[in-house]
Design a protein around this ligand. Structure first.
Ligand SMILES: Cc1ncc(COP(=O)(O)O)c(C=O)c1O
Length: 403
């Protein structure tokens, strides 16, 4: 018996690739400072748990296909705080951002269609597009250029008659880039001129630093029919386990038809939606504090990283990741070497290779993504470990390249 070609063709998630080596290192007694997954350590607002404790129905019933009405209203109010106008009827609650992405892709693309996406990209875009037989035509960005977009003449040739959408992640995982107004307007022009949807994954909307203004694609009026917003409580409220997200769009054709996808899986979890209503009522001071904390962590990691010999990185403007090019032949080999051969007082740091955050094979082999989701003292120690490991590895590489 054989499984589907689809499932064999799907890659494994890039963020989990080194798990067997990590487990082995742990079994061998090493303490791993984990900067390889985007799991924040920030406390989830208490309101989430309190609402769930208070919820005592006799039957834990199905909810509405579109989502809990009170939650859709709370989400609509939240958007108003950003001058984004979505009525509750234009918002669909999903099983986190992951299902929102899948629904947006399923609703806009047929098998064999193409989308544009900026690489390096959130690694699961590679999985999801393979899952539904959609091809990514990558807009490649470079470490040396701070991972900002290339000029339009590099993007236009990627579009053909099977291109249906631009999938943008703003702020970006793994690069931390917040796209400038000029970049967003350029994408808006491209979408309008070529009749493309823009699926804008804005799950890191609150994580924009240095007082930079954040512009959602949903606030550009001339593309309001093109835009589908993907959102989630996972990172915003440090509630990754709640599995609550949403899509939102003003496009009436989209909202009428995406309903079928919502119906096909009945509803998002009833209990978590009850908690999520309270998340959206969290005072904005919570988000301001979290923003301050991440900005500080970014500064700590960036200041140490940029001083390391041979490392190329730009100060990211948002999200909670830094992508950096390391002075090694192959970052994945270096990380495996680190897990197997390196320790300092029993400790080792682990980050992600970002090869699998590209959709173009062979790119990003020297780059890593560092998730600064830990407290300051751990970040400082982690960067010390990385620097020591890079130094030791350069000796190791020198010896092995001679043999
Ligand atoms: C850019 C981006 N989009 C979507 C997601 C999906 O998150 P969730 O399904 O937890 O909402 C993630 C998770 O890391 C992400 O980084």
């Amino acid at each position: 018996m054989k499984l589907s070609k689809r499932i064999y063709d799907m890659p494994f998630s890039g963020t989990r690739k080194l798990t067997p080596y990590i487990n082995k290192a742990k079994e061998n007694g090493k303490k791993i400072i984990a900067m390889y997954v985007g799991q924040p350590d920030i406390k989830t607002p208490k309101g989430f748990f309190e609402a769930i404790k208070k919820f005592e129905p006799e039957v834990l019933a199905y909810g509405e296909n579109y989502g809990n009405p009170e939650l859709r209203k709370a989400m609509s109010d939240y958007y108003k705080g950003y001058d984004i106008d979505f009525e509750p009827s234009e918002i669909f609650v999903t099983v986190a951002g992951s299902e929102a992405l899948l629904f947006a892709l399923l609703a806009t693309c047929d098998p064999g269609d193409n989308i544009l996406s900026v690489e390096p990209l959130y690694t699961d875009y590679n999985l999801m597009t393979k899952e539904i037989n959609v091809n990514i035509k990558a807009i490649t960005t470079k470490a040396e250029e701070g991972y900002h977009l290339p000029s339009r003449d590099k993007i236009d040739p990627l579009i053909d008659d099977r291109t249906k959408a631009i999938l943008l992640n703003h702020p970006n995982n793994p690069t931390g880039v917040v796209y400038t107004d000029e970049e967003l307007e350029m994408l808006a022009d491209i979408a309008l001129e070529n009749d493309l949807f823009i699926i804008s994954d804005e799950v890191y909307r609150e994580f924009v630093y240095d007082g930079l203004p954040y512009k959602s694609l949903a606030s550009i009026d001339r593309i309001k029919d093109n835009v589908i917003i993907v959102d989630s409580v996972s990172k915003r409220y440090s509630a990754c386990g709640a599995r609550i997200g949403n899509i939102a769009s003003k496009n009436k054709d989209f909202t009428a038809n995406v309903t079928k996808l919502c119906q096909s899986r009945i509803c998002a979890p009833t209990l978590d939606q009850v908690g999520a209503i309270e998340l959206y009522k969290t005072p904005s001071s919570y988000l301001r504090e979290v923003n301050k904390e991440y900005q500080h962590r970014r500064d700590v990691v960036f200041d140490l990283l940029e001083k390391m010999e041979g490392v190329i990185c730009h100060k990211p403007e948002g999200a909670f990741y830094i992508s950096a090019k390391l002075p090694v032949d192959n970052a994945e080999n270096f990380l495996i070497w680190m897990l197997e051969n390196f320790e300092d007082n029993g400790e080792v740091v682990m980050v992600s290779p970002i090869q699998d955050f590209y959709s173009t094979k062979g790119l990003g082999t020297k780059e890593v993504r560092i998730a600064y989701v830990l407290e300051e003292d751990k970040l400082v120690r982690a960067m010390e470990l990385l620097e020591k490991a890079l130094h030791e590895y350069s000796n190791y590489e020198a010896i092995h390249s001679k043999n």
